[in-house]
Design a protein around this ligand. Structure first.
Ligand code: GLU
Length: 469
């Protein structure tokens, strides 16, 4: 059985980094077929910064990406998958640690801790707890507790090397010099470090794939697993995604919420395909367009150790490819769902038009805009240019009356013939034609556009309403 989890904190939107973590956990679970489960857990121990609204949006984006979970706040077993609602489990585990004398109460004030921190930093040392309360005599502890003082609980870090295997980085070991860390605050609330261990244990998580900024947390959590005599999950730490200028990806350096890509019309297939290339090195050639195919090939052991660089151009490449795969028929259906007027054109013609525009306009909104001249109103054929084109305009409209069949080839032949006959230069003929027809300077092949508009509409736009007579 393989049980993975994605455990976001609902303190903001889902970004590239989080989405990649979710994708890898999803793929690994799905790759195991019936033997795999993907769990969504909400790490909302930080009550101040956690918002239900963010939780809702995270779930919305994950579903949009196609990363659905088997267990989570809205499905699965009848237990809560939100850390804020799992306090009883953490209390139980804290009692367990207390019974094993693996934790101790700490009465140090905020002020003392802040001063300690300052001193350590001034000496160039990493800030860590100095263990003052670790050796408090029992009677003092009892007296202070009886006196109403509320201590927090710290883990008494055993003085031995912490070792674990990482599926990406191999065997890792850490000196136990990170200081005794807090597992439960003075109000009884478990910290993320501790809650996560309890949850991974109770939810029987077998593999944790997460960002490598968590490596130091893993060392601490490993020590907790050991202290509780629980088997820890296997870890795979994925390298941090960098921005183009090799900085940590952040709002400032170009980390975009997944929601924005969705709103801009990116396809989920394109995003997943792109995300999968950030650190995962498949063993053979793959066309990365179905989650199913990706899942069958995915292994955390094939995650590279070097940091990938986020590259919007690469994402656009995947988006283009995803649109091509979708095909002009399906694109037309989606456009018609957005604007039913697309449904009134001859399907074969408008599909050709879509195919032609796809290279340059690679999202539905961009295409919708590029195709909007199809719906251009009378304003498109007003203006100065109209006057200077008057000598030939109505004759051009007239020859369109007899073009048969109404297709690109015949239109092209007749229009070029007409242009020659009248001694017009291309730019004095086709350019105004395009403007009258579309109101724009450039766009798709003109005769294809005419084909799609149809004879009546084309003549109306060139000659005004009398063109229909
Ligand atoms: N809630 C943590 C975060 O959002 C998840 C850490 C973990 O995967 O354990 O970074």
């Amino acid at each position: 059985m393989i049980r993975t989890r994605f455990a976001p904190s609902p303190t903001g939107e889902l970004h590239i980094g989080g989405a990649r973590t979710a994708l890898f956990n999803f793929l690994f679970a799905r790759g195991a077929g019936a033997e795999g489960r993907f769990v969504l857990r909400i790490d909302d121990t930080d009550a101040e910064r956690s918002r239900v609204e963010y939780e809702r949006r995270l779930m919305e984006e994950l579903l949009w990406l196609g990363l659905d979970w088997d267990e989570g706040p809205d499905r699965g077993l009848s237990i809560s998958y939100r850390q804020s609602e799992r306090g009883l489990f953490y209390d139980g585990a804290l009692s367990n640690l207390r019974a094993r004398a693996a934790v101790y109460p700490c009465f140090c004030s905020e002020e003392r801790l802040a001063a300690l921190r300052k001193e350590q930093l001034a000496r160039g040392e990493p800030p860590r707890y100095d263990g003052l309360c670790r050796s408090l005599p029992r009677d003092e502890v009892e007296r202070r507790m009886a006196g109403g003082e509320r201590p927090c609980w710290r883990f008494a870090l055993p003085q031995k090397t912490i070792a674990f295997h990482d599926m990406v980085r191999g065997d890792l070991s850490f000196a136990p010099d990170m200081g005794d860390f807090v597992v439960a605050r003075s109000d009884g609330q478990a910290t993320y470090l501790f809650a996560s261990v309890v949850d991974d244990h109770l939810m029987e998580i077998t593999h944790v794939i997460r960002g490598d900024e968590h490596v130091p947390n893993t060392a601490r959590q490993q020590a907790l697993f050991d202290a509780l005599s629980w088997r820890s999950p296997v870890y795979a730490h994925i390298p941090m995604i960098l921005s183009g200028d090799h900085q940590k990806l952040s709002k400032r350096t170009g980390s975009t919420p997944i929601r924005r890509y969705r709103e801009e019309g990116y396809l989920p297939e394109a995003l997943c395909a792109y995300l999968s290339t950030l650190s995962w090195v498949p063993s053979g050639p793959l066309s990365l367009f179905s989650l199913k195919e990706m899942a069958a090939a995915f292994s955390p052991a094939r995650i590279a150790t070097s940091s990938p660089v986020h590259d919007e151009a690469h994402l656009v490449h995947h988006q283009r490819e995803a649109m091509r795969r979708l095909g002009s028929g399906a694109i037309l259906e989606r456009l018609t769902a957005l604007d039913p007027r697309f449904g009134k054109f001859e399907p074969a013609g408008i599909r050709l038009l879509i195919g032609d525009l796809l290279e340059e306009y690679w999202t539905l909104p961009l295409l919708q805009d590029a195709l909007s001249p199809l719906f251009a109103g009378p304003s498109a054929w007003a203006g100065e240019l109209r006057k200077s084109s008057e000598p030939w305009l109505s004759d051009a409209g007239e020859i369109l009356r007899s073009v048969e069949p109404w297709n690109e080839e015949t239109l092209d032949k007749r229009l070029r013939g007409f242009m020659k006959e009248r001694g017009l230069r291309g730019r004095d003929f086709f350019h105004p034609l395009r403007l009258f027809l579309t109101g724009r300077e450039s766009g798709p092949p003109l005769t294809l556009l005419m084909r799609v508009l149809g004879r009546d509409e084309t003549r109306t736009r060139l000659e005004g309403p009398k063109g229909r007579e």
